[in-house]
Design a protein around this ligand. Structure first.
Ligand SMILES: C[S@@+](CC[C@H](N)C(=O)[O-])C[C@H]1O[C@@H](n2cnc3c(N)ncnc32)[C@H](O)[C@@H]1O
Length: 217
């Protein structure tokens, strides 16, 4: 069970799709794990439950940081939870596994909210504001041989993520896919997304993917 302070993203299909891929990743007490955009800390906690002892979680939201700290304590795991912007709080460190389920929903405009629930999903007009920054920043915090597991909607350009990570020298593949029905946010944006040609008029589902990027040893 996960505690959640109001305003923090409740773990959903995207969270669980990424969590499912963690099982296939060997985690030992020495594996250094970084969860970027941790929310409730669900993914950081899952990594700890699967055997990682050196887990760090980052979120920009004060409420999310407090929630993740409480969840770590309730579940009796030691997780270092830091408030900050993506990799900024850990920019001088190296991790063996970086996981992230960031905001990726195409929004009305390119302004990123600095408060409220929308901070958990709004990601600029193309949905890539956070994804592009993660692709650019993560290789710098990945240890040699390290792995990135990144969840996103195909509506926000999974191909572009693959290309950006490959350009950074990572070996990239898609390790999980799932069609999920539009939730309330996408349902409310259906007309806008149709007008932009991002979805078809009769579309009611989006494909979620988990992209894996591996740093050469
Ligand atoms: C889609 S939610 C995912 C939460 C959690 N990882 C999960 O899968 O349930 C995205 C999270 O990213 C956080 N976030 C948004 N912008 C951020 C940024 N620039 N740096 C760090 N975290 C950010 C939000 O506060 C929110 O908790």
């Amino acid at each position: 069970m996960l505690l959640r302070i109001p305003g923090v993203y409740p773990p959903q299909d995207d969270t669980w799709l990424l969590a499912g891929t963690l099982v296939e990743h060997p985690l030992t007490p020495l594996t250094r794990v970084l969860d970027i955009c941790t929310g409730t800390g669900a993914l950081a906690l899952r990594a700890a439950q699967l055997g990682a002892s050196c887990v760090t979680a980052v979120d920009i939201s004060r409420r999310a940081v407090l929630t993740a700290r409480l969840n770590a304590r309730i579940h009796r795991h030691t997780i270092r939870v830091l408030q900050g912007n993506l990799t900024a709080p850990v920019r001088d460190e190296d991790f063996d596994l970086v996981i992230s389920n960031p905001p990726y929903v195409p929004a009305q405009d390119d302004r990123l909210p600095d408060t409220g629930m929308a901070q958990a999903w709004d990601a600029g007009t193309d949905g890539r504001a956070l994804l592009d920054r993660i692709c650019a920043q993560v290789p710098d915090v990945l240890a040699p041989g390290g792995t990135l597991l990144l969840a996103q909607s195909a509506l926000s350009g999974a191909d572009k993520t693959q290309v950006m990570l490959e350009e950074q020298g990572l070996q990239v593949d898609v390790i999980a896919r799932q069609d999920i029905p539009f939730g309330p946010v996408l349902t409310a944006r259906r007309h806008m997304l149709t007008a932009r040609g991002i979805i078809t008029a009769d579309q009611r589902t989006e494909e979620m993917v988990v992209i894996r990027g591996r740093q050469h040893p």
